[in-house]
Each structure stands twice: as structure tokens, then as C-alpha cells.
Design a protein around this ligand. Structure first.
Ligand code: HEC
Ligand code: HEC
Ligand code: HEC
Ligand code: HEC
Ligand code: HEC
Ligand code: HEC
Length: 179
């Protein structure tokens, strides 16, 4: 199972308050045995958009959407949020990725990036030895879109992504003031 703190699921709420029958979930979506979903590798947010598990209903029509920023806390408590800006420092300092812009303004589905291109965990990409321009120019990581077709090419506008040491310090300064 993935890495979030345990998410909330209440039988009492779904069965007694909403009125679902056992067969609405068992055994098409979930086994009637302890923690079998939790044991599955794909029991994760990215599967929900592909109409699996909780996502069959939590799609914004039958029930509140799993991908809606305002709903995270309803299942997770207050533990998880969407990042605003991700700053990569390896192998070079510093590359900026505006998560809000991509996920909220451009409305790219979470599954366009998670978990095929990126894990839902900051710092994971930087651990990979192929987090490089060479790999991206072959369609990996940011290069899956930044190919001059879906989004501007990696071969141009270096400074859109590479904000450099000065930009990095400015960003940190700004964030400290913001606290
Ligand atoms: C809205 C979906 C949903 C409905 C409706 C539902 N369940 Fe479940 N049930 C789940 C989920 C999610 C789990 C946890 C599965 C897992 O971890 O693999 C579960 C687990 C179980 C388990 C195993 C629990 C354990 O701790 O071993 C049993 C038994 C069970 N359900 C019985 C029922 C019965 C009986 C009903 C009807 C009264 C019902 N469920 C209705 C979603 C549902
Ligand atoms: C069969 C459809 C269905 C499935 C599957 C389902 N839900 Fe729900 N869930 C609902 C509906 C309908 C509501 C109530 C409507 C709403 O709040 O939008 C709800 C409400 C909730 C709530 C709010 C409860 C409260 O106390 O306010 C939580 C939390 C939740 N679901 C978590 C989950 C999780 C986690 C899973 C997967 C393990 C899951 N649900 C699977 C249909 C479903
Ligand atoms: C309908 C309930 C529900 C909602 C709403 C929801 N999640 Fe989840 N989330 C889950 C379940 C179930 C899992 C899988 C089991 C686990 O890791 O707890 C999960 C897993 C995760 C994980 C672990 C890694 C992964 O890839 O799955 C993260 C991070 C996460 N959620 C973040 C969020 C964020 C951010 C939001 C709001 C945009 C959100 N969740 C909204 C139910 C929900
Ligand atoms: C255009 C690509 C893209 C889209 C779309 C996207 N993300 Fe992300 N997300 C990322 C990247 C990149 C990271 C950082 C991963 C890393 O450092 O390896 C990330 C990290 C995260 C994290 C980890 C936060 C932390 O503090 O560790 C969560 C949670 C997350 N995303 C949730 C979502 C959800 C939910 C959606 C859809 C509403 C979404 N993302 C849409 C690219 C994206
Ligand atoms: C799923 C596709 C997708 C992925 C993956 C993706 N982007 Fe984007 N990105 C876009 C789109 C679409 C735009 C808006 C169109 C354009 O500017 O060409 C955009 C715009 C941008 C912008 C301009 C933002 C602005 O404020 O104008 C930057 C910078 C950027 N992306 C950086 C990145 C970085 C860094 C990564 C990898 C960590 C990445 N993107 C991964 C699709 C993606
Ligand atoms: C869409 C965003 C984006 C654009 C545009 C971009 N890069 Fe990168 N670049 C990255 C990311 C992400 C990394 C890996 C993370 C890091 O090093 O912080 C990276 C890493 C690098 C590295 C170190 C790793 C390696 O491959 O050697 C160099 C050098 C580099 N970029 C040069 C450039 C140059 C030169 C340009 C313009 C021709 C450019 N980049 C345009 C996102 C981008």
C-alpha cells in the first residue's frame, strides 16, 4: 500500500447513513476480508481516477471527488495537501515546478502525472539517477509533455524551469516572509 497516513473509511456511514447494500462494494470493488485492498500495490489515488476502488463513487458526481483539493481532509484528516510549488535541487539547483498551475489552473488530471511519471511524494524523482535532460528529451519525467507539442519544448525557455541560485534564494526569502 502507498504511503499516506491511514485514510478514513466508515462502514457505518456508507451502509447506514447513505444506504448502500453490501453488494454495491462486495466483492466487485473490495474483498470482504481484512486489508486486501491495502495489500494491493495499486490501492492509491491514481487508481481512483481510473474508476477503481473508492474512485468508482468518489468522482464528483456520486460522491465528492477524491481529487478535489477541498476534499483531501475528509478522507485523510488534515495530513495531506496538494503542494503549491515543488523545487528540485538535484542534480542542479534549482528547477521550479508549479504544481498549482499544472493541477488546478491547467486542470491536468492527477493521473497524467501520478504515478506513471511522478510519485505523490516530494523528493522521489531526485533520487532517480535518470532525472536528467537526456532522459527527459526521450520522453521521461517532464519530457512526457514538454516536447514542443503538448507543452513548450525542453530545448527552449530554459529559464522558465531553471530559476538558478538567485531565483532559488529569492523564492526561499519569499517563503520565509510568508510564514
Ligand atoms: C461503500 C463500500 C462498502 C460497502 C457498501 C460495504 N463495504 Fe465492507 N468493506 C469496504 C472496504 C473499503 C473494506 C476494506 C477492504 C480492504 O481493506 O481490502 C471492507 C471490508 C469489509 C470486511 C472485512 C473487514 C475486516 O476487518 O476484516 C467485511 C467483513 C465487510 N466489509 C462486510 C461488509 C458487509 C456485511 C456490508 C453490508 C452490510 C459491507 N461490508 C458494505 C467497503 C464497503
Ligand atoms: C459505492 C459508492 C462509494 C464507494 C465505493 C465509496 N464511497 Fe465514500 N461515500 C459515498 C457517498 C454516496 C457518500 C456521501 C455523499 C457525499 O458526501 O458526497 C460518501 C461519503 C464518504 C465520506 C464522508 C463521510 C463523512 O463522515 O462525512 C468519506 C470519508 C468517504 N466516503 C470515504 C470513502 C473511502 C476512503 C472509500 C474507499 C475505501 C469510499 N468512501 C468508497 C459513496 C462511496
Ligand atoms: C474518498 C477518499 C479520499 C479522498 C477525498 C482523498 N484521498 Fe488520498 N487516499 C485515499 C485512499 C483510500 C488512499 C490509499 C490508502 C492509503 O494510502 O491510505 C489514498 C492515498 C493517498 C496518498 C498516498 C500515495 C498515493 O499515491 O496514493 C496520498 C499522498 C494522498 N492520498 C493524497 C491525497 C490528496 C492530496 C487529496 C486531496 C486532493 C486526497 N488524497 C483525497 C482516499 C482519499
Ligand atoms: C503535471 C504533473 C502533475 C500533475 C497533473 C499533478 N501532480 Fe502532483 N506532483 C507532481 C510532481 C512533479 C510532484 C513532486 C514529485 C517528486 O518530487 O518526485 C508532485 C507531488 C505531489 C504530492 C506530494 C506532496 C508532498 O508534499 O510530498 C501530492 C500529494 C500530489 N502531487 C498530489 C496530486 C494530486 C491529488 C493531483 C491532481 C489533483 C496532482 N498531484 C496532479 C506532478 C503533478
Ligand atoms: C502532463 C503534462 C505535463 C507534465 C508532465 C509537465 N508539464 Fe509543465 N506544462 C504543461 C502544460 C500543458 C503547460 C502550459 C502550456 C505551455 O506553457 O506550453 C505547462 C507549463 C509549464 C511551465 C510554464 C508555467 C508558467 O507559469 O507559465 C513551466 C515552468 C513548466 N510547465 C515546468 C514543468 C516541469 C519542471 C515539469 C516536470 C517536473 C513539468 N512542467 C511537467 C504540461 C506538463
Ligand atoms: C520543462 C522544464 C525544463 C526546461 C524547459 C529545461 N529544463 Fe533542464 N532540467 C529540468 C529538470 C526537472 C531537471 C532535473 C532536476 C534538477 O536538476 O534540479 C533538469 C536538469 C538539468 C541539468 C542537470 C542534469 C543534466 O541533464 O545534466 C542541466 C545541465 C539542464 N537541466 C540544462 C537545461 C538547459 C540548457 C535547458 C534549455 C535548453 C533546460 N535545461 C531546459 C527541467 C527543465
Amino acid at each position: 500500500m502507498p504511503t499516506s497516513e491511514v485514510s478514513r473509511f466508515s462502514h457505518d456511514f456508507h451502509v447506514n447513513k447513505v444506504g448502500f447494500g453490501c453488494v454495491d462494494c462486495h466483492n466487485s470493488l473490495f474483498q470482504q476480508a481484512g486489508s486486501s485492498a491495502n495489500a494491493a500495490d495499486d490501492f492509491a489515488m491514481s487508481a481512483f481516477e481510473q474508476d477503481k476502488y473508492c474512485g468508482v463513487c468518489h468522482d464528483g458526481s456520486t460522491a465528492f471527488a477524491a481529487t478535489d483539493q477541498g476534499s483531501c481532509a475528509r478522507c485523510h484528516g488534515s495530513g495531506v495537501t496538494l503542494p503549491k510549488t515543488v523545487v528540485f535541487e538535484q542534480p542542479v539547483k534549482a528547477v521550479v515546478f508549479d504544481h498549482s498551475k499544472h493541477a488546478e489552473e491547467l486542470r491536468l488530471p492527477c493521473s497524467s502525472c501520478h504515478d506513471k511519471l511522478f510519485k505523490m511524494k516530494q523528493g522521489e524523482s531526485e533520487k532517480q539517477p535518470d532525472f536528467t535532460m537526456e532522459a527527459m528529451l526521450h520522453g521521461k519525467h517532464c519530457g512526457a509533455c514538454h516536447d514542443g507539442v503538448s507543452a513548450f519544448s525542453l530545448k527552449t525557455r530554459c529559464a522558465f524551469c531553471h530559476i538558478g541560485k538567485q531565483g532559488y534564494n529569492r523564492l526561499l526569502g519569499k517563503e520565509q516572509i510568508g510564514h
